[in-house]
Design a protein around this ligand. Sequence first.
Ligand code: SF4
Ligand code: SF4
Length: 186
Amino acid sequence: MATLGQTIKSLWSMVVGMKVTGIEFFKPKLTVHYPRKEVDNLGTYRGHCDLVAREDDPLTPKCIMCGICVDNCPSGCLSLTMHVVGEGKPRPAGGAGELMLAQEVILPGSIKKAPPTGKAERVLDSFRLNYNYCSLCGLCVQNCPVSSLAWSREAYLVGRSRQEFEFDLLARLRAKAASSQGVKAA
Ligand code: SF4
Ligand code: SF4
């Protein structure tokens, strides 16, 4: 049977606990009632990598199809295909892909020399990310020589199959541009 002293000690411990609860109860809330509400402070959130559009053309990524991101990705989850104008047949970049730069591109380490003239014009046909395997290591974003990759702010991705996490980043960029143009026009 508990003594009077033990009972008082237990009650005091409860009072101390309730004091902490009471103080926390009246503090401003830091969380939101998801999914009814979503947070609006995702400015520094690192979602999957996403293509960045050219300043003068929101439908075209800055990508110069060098293949560095494909080669550097430790998970092998990036792939892209491009074609050379006049050549017709799409081919992959990265791996055995050759580095052919647009004339205006100046790469870090190129001692500010533009590539020789006469290089063929290339067109990006597809740029895919298999997000199922991405470790979010950041090598693709950090090593892109023209800053054509950035973190998305996709914090609420859900899906029922792996296929839903195989992203067509080129289509995403174009859809985003189309929707922002639609908003501007409205
Ligand atoms: S590293 Fe950048 S420029 Fe090169 S293929 Fe990847 S996204 Fe394009
Ligand atoms: S963050 Fe890392 S693992 Fe994910 S796509 Fe980029 S390089 Fe690959």
